[in-house]
Design a protein around this ligand. Structure first.
Ligand code: SAM
Length: 211
């Protein structure tokens, strides 16, 4: 997932703000106890999400793909005083762990954690979202964009993770997930409702600013 040489990656980590104690614990516990721990955003991407959120100062944030709650807590750092973050994950096995992390954070009472399929839950959400982070199943990235775009006001920001998909977007014979990411990147690039920037951060983050 990291395209940069190890030493350069270490240099970047050493020159990026540190995680707080709870994020460090989630990062450590996830790597020690949870399957597929490479899905966790990690320190550098986490600080990026936090900084984007502090710049947007969102009233409402939507995250699609909670996993162990690491990125949700990074995004929550920029919430307005009375703002709320809704985060959705289909994996109920991690629910108790994630709820306990949220409870231990400064944002427990401002996080609405929903268990279920995001494709079913998003249409039931009534509020608008100034910041959206798409980080769930790759084959639905385009669907998630379609489901959220009308809920994002002008000036709102949509971020989508893993859009370089370990470089597989260049494969001559892409697999199903890769084809879905390629289709998403092409679709949003052609959509004139958003300004787009593909940021080569970690596995690639697509930044979409609603016009
Ligand atoms: C890459 S992980 C999220 C990582 C997390 N955002 C972070 O950075 O720490 C993707 C998550 O999406 C969830 N997911 C997959 N399909 C989903 C769906 N249809 N609806 C909701 N969540 C889904 C998975 O259970 C998994 O926890």
């Amino acid at each position: 997932m990291d395209f940069l040489p190890e030493q350069l990656q270490a240099y970047i980590e050493n020159h990026t703000g540190d995680e707080n104690a709870l994020l460090k614990k989630i990062n450590r516990d996830t790597h020690a106890q949870v399957l597929m721990s490479r899905m966790l955003s990690g320190q550098v991407q986490g600080r990026f999400l936090s900084m984007m959120s502090k710049l947007v100062r969102p009233k409402n944030i939507l995250e699609i793909g909670t996993y162990t709650g690491y990125s949700a807590l990074c995004l929550a750092e920029g919430l307005q005083q009375n703002g709320r973050l809704t985060t959705i994950d289909v994996n109920e096995e991690l629910e108790a762990r994630v709820r306990s992390y949220f409870k231990d954070s400064n944002y427990g009472d401002r996080i609405d954690f929903r268990i279920g399929d995001a494709r079913k839950i998003i249409p039931t959400l009534r509020e608008n979202f100034d910041l959206v982070f798409i980080d769930a199943d790759k084959e639905n990235y385009s669907n998630y964009f379609d489901l959220v775009i009308d809920k994002v006001p002008s000036g709102g920001l949509i971020l989508a993770d893993n859009v370089l998909w370990s470089g597989k977007v260049l494969d001559a014979k892409p697999d199903k997930d890769t084809m879905a990411i390629i289709a998403f990147n092409d679709k949003v690039h052609a959509d004139n409702r958003v300004e787009n920037l593909l940021m080569p951060l970690r596995d690639g983050v697509m930044m979409l600013l609603k016009k």
